[in-house]
Design a protein around this ligand. Structure first.
Ligand SMILES: NC(=O)C1=CN([C@@H]2O[C@H](COP(=O)(O)OP(=O)(O)OC[C@H]3O[C@@H](n4cnc5c(N)ncnc54)[C@H](OP(=O)(O)O)[C@@H]3O)[C@@H](O)[C@H]2O)C=CC1
Ligand SMILES: O=C1O[C@H](COP(=O)(O)O)[C@@H](O)[C@H](O)[C@H]1O
Length: 514
């Protein structure tokens, strides 16, 4: 199937399922999408490109107007120049990009001045036509202005003829206390159904697929428990360092940056019980129950690492974390972490869930690996290796089961092989929508399935806050690992001591078509 054809097919499918959109087209509602922090990095790299893609594919209501807001004195032309390198535009779409930017406006103002938000409101009102006008505010802002900007939205910019939805990006605080303070603040201003806390991992195809795999199949359910599963490993690996973002990164560290949010979200989707329905509240109720069964992480269950330069590496690889000029001298912030978590309920008690994440590693990879127990009463002279079900989130989406098979031919030996659902082969030419596209579309549609509820957030911080504070107050030093490697050997030792088995014998034969 040609690439374009595949893309069109997936768009058509999306449109079919979006009854909401058809309704809004009919009613002719106006939607105003406000990007606060329009001059920033997130806006140019993610938000504007996402809005463009949704606009291009006809996935947002026709009468949607985009209003950028930031302190800098900019024009729509400037916003276009900044974001254009990140827009995916085919040659024949040049005119459409012009049309997209014609739907854009820009207001300059500060985040704490009520009069500036009054001006923003006036600007928004200019474009609101028809009896229903809805407003979406995307906070692509640093956390120090979350409170003032949301207060000003509440006081001066709420929709008077429709709904208002607020989309917030992490960090949602830096520990339980600051997160509770932010939640209390937001809850005093908005209803929970008006708040969309983004965790962009929840917008990834394979993360969304976890529920389909688990609850849409008969084969996995009966073994999805402590009787059969030895351990679960959730991995996030990046092959690059802080790339000049050291200032931001250093004040958060890898645990706050990806583990407490993205990785814990994946864990809860793997561990949760079957929800009553696919409704947002039913799913989020089950995720919260998992988190409530998790004890706080203990220091003995943690390995922290920080990368050092590789003298024989190239370019950035030569530089260690501490060589980044934006990183404070002598910083002990971890760029790698492996944590063992437990879910103390009937299904999972005693099963270690390893969360491991790191920057400047040997590859880019995010995956969930379910490792099964040894085959009891093995008649193959100890040759049987453990089964693994791997959900490869990125890159190269795939679901594969590592399994034993008779060596084909005269031999009666067994060998490791796989049942392999590689998306690149099975769904040829399919272009996967970006996580942000799905999530912003969800906000238009009012679907909160893939957004973080405040009680979920509070539980996530409860699990990690004590260890984060301990690391900081006791100045726990990370071990070092070299840029471009698999990370600290101590991490392998920790998971092997807790029962993870690595054989080093499995070889995947990549299909020629990939
Ligand atoms: N459809 C597809 O796309 C498929 C792709 N493959 C690819 O084949 C390759 C091998 O498959 P994979 O399932 O990873 O199997 P492996 O047996 O190679 O690795 C299994 C796990 O062990 C870890 N590991 C590697 N080295 C060690 C070590 N020295 N000590 C402890 N743990 C270790 C790996 O982590 P770490 O990440 O740190 O290396 C991984 O989590 C992968 O690149 C995989 O993506 C396989 C099947 C299907
Ligand atoms: O939230 C974050 O995620 C990115 C990784 O996202 P991905 O979609 O590219 O996997 C990470 O680089 C960043 O440090 C973190 O803040």
């Amino acid at each position: 199937m040609a690439e374009n054809e595949a893309l069109e097919r997936s768009i058509a499918l999306l449109k079919e399922s979006l009854q909401y959109l058809e309704e809004t087209y009919e009613k002719g509602d106006t939607h105003i999408f406000v990007v606060l922090g329009a001059s920033g990095d997130l806006a140019k790299k993610k938000i504007y490109p996402t809005l463009w893609s949704l606009y291009r594919d006809g996935l947002i209501p026709k009468k949607t107007i985009f209003v950028g807001y930031a302190r800098s004195k900019l024009t729509v032309h400037d916003i276009r120049n900044k974001s254009e390198p990140y827009l995916k535009v085919r040659d024949e779409e040049k005119e459409k990009v012009n049309a997209f930017f014609k739907m854009n406006h820009y207001v300059s103002g500060s985040y704490d001045m009520p009069e500036d938000f009054l001006q923003l409101n006036q600007e928004i009102c200019k474009y609101e036509m028809g009896s229903h006008c809805n407003r979406l505010f995307y906070l692509a802002l640093p956390p120090n202005v979350f409170e003032s900007s949301t207060t000003n939205i509440r006081n001066h910019c709420m929709a008077s003829k429709g709904w208002t939805r607020i989309i917030i990006e992490k960090p949602f605080g830096r520990d339980s206390e600051s997160s509770t303070q932010l939640s209390n603040h937001l809850n005093a201003l908005f209803k929970e159904e008006e708040l969309y806390r983004i965790d962009h991992y929840l917008g990834k195809e394979m993360v969304q697929n976890l529920m389909a795999l688990r609850f849409g199949n008969r084969i996995f359910g009966p073994t999805w428990n402590r009787e059969h599963i030895s351990c679960v490993m959730v991995s996030f690996k990046e092959p690059f360092g802080t790339q000049g973002r050291g200032g931001y990164f250093d004040s958060f560290g890898i645990v706050r940056d990806v583990m407490q949010n993205h990785m814990l979200q994946m864990l809860s989707l793997v561990a949760m019980e079957k929800p009553v329905s696919t409704g947002a509240e039913d799913i989020r109720d089950e995720k919260v129950k998992v988190l409530r069964c998790m004890p706080e992480v203990k220091l003995e269950d943690v390995v922290l690492g920080q990368y050092i330069g590789n003298p024989s590496g190239e370019g950035e690889a030569k530089e260690g974390y501490l060589d980044d000029p934006s990183v404070p001298k002598g910083s002990t912030t971890a760029t790698y972490a492996m944590v063992t978590c437990y879910v103390n309920n009937e299904r999972w008690e005693g099963v270690p869930f390893f969360l491991r994440c790191g920057k400047a590693l040997n590859e880019r990879k995010a995956e969930v690996r379910i490792q099964y127990r040894d085959v009891p009463g093995d008649i193959f002279h100890g040759e049987s290796k453990r089964n693994e079900l791997v959900i490869r989130v990125q890159p190269g989406e795939a679901v594969y089961v590592k399994m034993m098979n008779k060596t084909p031919g005269m031999s009666f030996n067994i060998e490791e092989t796989e049942l392999d659902l590689t998306y690149g082969s099975r769904y040829k030419g399919l272009v996967m929508p970006d996580a942000y596209e799905r999530l912003i579309l969800d906000v238009f549609c009012g679907s909160q399935i893939h957004f973080v509820r405040s009680d979920e957030l509070a539980q996530a911080w409860r699990i990690f806050t004590p260890i984060l504070h301990k690391i900081e107050t006791e100045n726990v030093k990370p071990v070092t690992y070299t840029y471009g490697t698999r990370g600290p050997k101590e991490a392998d030792e920790l998971c092997q001591n807790k029962g993870f088995k690595f054989y080093g014998t499995y070889k995947w034969v990549k299909p020629a078509s990939l």
